[in-house]
Design a protein around this ligand. Structure first.
Ligand code: SAM
Length: 282
């Protein structure tokens, strides 16, 4: 049963972390002309009006994108944040306002070139319905189905380069192992693929199963970025941080993200921390 809807969380600190990382990876891929196939295995709706009933209920964007948006004059000069915030500005209904937040399908399709292609998988019929109503370029394919199975089934791709975003809701504990299994299979079929995997930092530390699965499957040399808002409290269950793995991370990505995160951290509260490292499966 699928009950998660990303609209309740759109634009929160985890989205900022994830989409900033994705944005930086796309920057690197665009430095070469050769075509890229992008796959977004868990696409969601694509674009989130902040006044929508679901998003307005928790208003998580206030502790996420809104913090950066309000501080954009102060952040000016940090190249990645400048470009990222300019991109956020392009989906607003009026200049200077913040009334929409773009989801991964938007981040990916906005920078698609004629030679590239994008596949968006979404399993939830309602969320897929929202996605089909978005105006997206012709080289975007929207697929109503399981993204992990779809990924493995569609490999190898005809383009020389491949970039995959895996961003599940982890509603079921088994998803950590399922993600690891699908990513390992994908890496066997497309060794060169740049794969981004998002995971929540929970007090239970469930993401360790994901890392362990990747290690057992032989996936090594991963850039790991963890943004932690605070240490978890006794008996707590909610998300305290956001993690991103980038397999085959482009050269220089780590330094660009470290520089951007150093500017973002003070906006997220004094207990927030960022750790970036090369995870080699130990
Ligand atoms: N990637 C989106 C973004 O950054 O804007 C957010 C995705 S949200 C965290 C996870 C989405 O995956 C939900 O819309 C959910 O319906 C969908 N989903 C859950 N299981 C799935 C599966 N097996 N295959 C494809 N989509 C799935």
């Amino acid at each position: 049963m699928l009950s998660y809807q990303h609209a309740y969380h759109a634009g929160n600190f985890a989205d900022v972390h994830k989409h900033l990382t994705l944005f930086a990876v796309i920057d690197h891929l665009l430095r070469k002309k050769s075509p890229v196939t992008y796959m977004d295995t868990h696409a969601g709706r694509g674009l989130y009006p902040l006044a929508a009933e679901e998003t307005a209920r928790l208003q998580e964007y206030r502790e996420g994108v809104a913090r950066l948006w309000q501080a954009r004059a102060r952040l000016a000069g940090e190249p990645l944040l400048d470009d990222w915030l300019a991109a956020v500005g392009r989906v607003q209904s009026r200049a200077g306002g913040l009334d929409h937040y773009p989801g991964s399908p938007w981040w990916l399709s906005a920078r698609l070139r004629a030679q590239d292609r994008l596949m968006l998988f979404e399993l939830h019929p309602g969320e897929h319905g929202h996605l089909t109503r978005q105006a997206l370029p012709d080289n975007v394919q929207r697929i109503h189905g399981d993204g992990l199975q779809g990924l493995v089934k569609r490999l190898p791709v005809p383009t020389p380069r491949l970039c995959v975003l895996v961003d599940p809701s982890y509603e079921r504990k088994a998803e950590y192992a399922e993600v690891a299994e699908a990513v390992c299979q994908a890496m066997r079929k497309a060794r060169h693929a740049v794969v981004l995997v998002w995971y929540p930092l929970l007090p239970a530390g469930r993401h360790r199963e994901l890392l362990e699965g990747l290690r057992e499957g032989g996936v090594r040399k991963i850039w790991r970025s963890e943004l932690r808002l605070r240490e978890s409290r006794e008996g707590e269950r909610g998300m305290v941080g956001s993690g991103m793995l980038v397999i085959n991370a482009p050269w220089g990505l780590d330094e660009r993200l470290e520089a951007a995160m150093a500017k973002v951290l003070p906006l997220l509260g004094e207990t927030s921390r960022h750790r970036g490292d090369w995870w080699v499966g130990e």
